[in-house]
Design a binder for this molecule. Structure first.
Ligand SMILES: CC(C)(COP(=O)(O)OP(=O)(O)OC[C@H]1O[C@@H](n2cnc3c(N)ncnc32)[C@H](O)[C@@H]1OP(=O)(O)O)[C@@H](O)C(=O)NCCC(=O)NCCS
Length: 187
């Protein structure tokens, strides 16, 4: 590698999270809470709070982490995560889930987001979920591109729906079918 040219980010391995990944996931997420409107939270969750979120998602849906692979510096370090939670509480919504994915800031376009999200969508389909819904504050070209690449379609944009860091924020909602989607009754 010529000097001055940064080494490419290594690929990642995707595995199921455990609540012990709470601190690492909280560290990935915190900068998005503090510094951006990507997250609509004001205060980053503590490691314990994140562990609780992981446990809750694992109990009903899934929470996956991307880690640096064996043989690389920092092998096993969590560099991103993806998870799903219920889309809404009322019973008729129970086959629909809300998905989300976060990589540590600055991680380049190496397919880590796609690896995490593909694995998550496959898992959700195998669990019998039929629709995945996600939302991102505009503008977020990376999130828009990742969701489009994985078959999500825009269903609309809420205008000025959030206020963060001194500005009103639009949120685009996207959706894609999982498994048989709406073509057969749920199991
Ligand atoms: C969104 C995010 C997970 C994407 O992860 P990533 O590892 O960079 O994405 P990938 O390398 O897997 O790329 C997936 C697709 O999106 C495209 N893409 C990724 N970043 C892009 C960008 N900034 N601009 C345009 N396209 C982009 C890639 O070209 C790729 O398309 P292709 O497979 O058709 O070539 C990552 O940027 C991130 O963590 N962002 C901050 C958190 C966030 O916004 N999360 C979404 C909230 S729901």
């Amino acid at each position: 590698m010529p000097s001055g040219v940064p080494a490419p980010d290594p690929p990642v391995v995707v595995r199921d999270a455990t609540p012990a990944d709470g601190a690492a996931c909280a560290a990935v997420y915190a900068p998005y809470v503090h510094d951006t409107a990507v997250s609509f939270e004001d205060l980053p969750p503590t490691p314990d709070e994140m562990a609780g979120r992981i446990a809750a998602a694992l109990a009903s849906h899934a929470w996956l982490v991307a880690v640096l692979p064996p043989g690389t510096p920092d092998a096993g370090r969590v560099v991103g995560y993806a998870y799903a939670v219920p889309f809404a509480a009322r019973p008729a919504y129970r086959w629909a889930c809300e998905t989300s994915v976060y990589l540590e800031p600055g991680r380049r376009r190496t397919g880590a987001g796609r690896a995490l999200y593909s694995a998550l969508l496959e898992r959700l389909a195998s669990l019998g979920y039929r629709q995945a819904v996600a939302g991102y504050a505009e503008p977020n070209p990376a999130s828009a591109a990742l969701h489009a690449a994985l078959g999500f379609e825009p269903v609309g944009t809420f205008r000025d729906i959030g206020f963060k860091h001194g500005a009103w924020r639009d949120v685009t909602r996207v959706q894609r079918a999982l498994g048989a989607g709406g073509t057969t009754p749920p199991e």
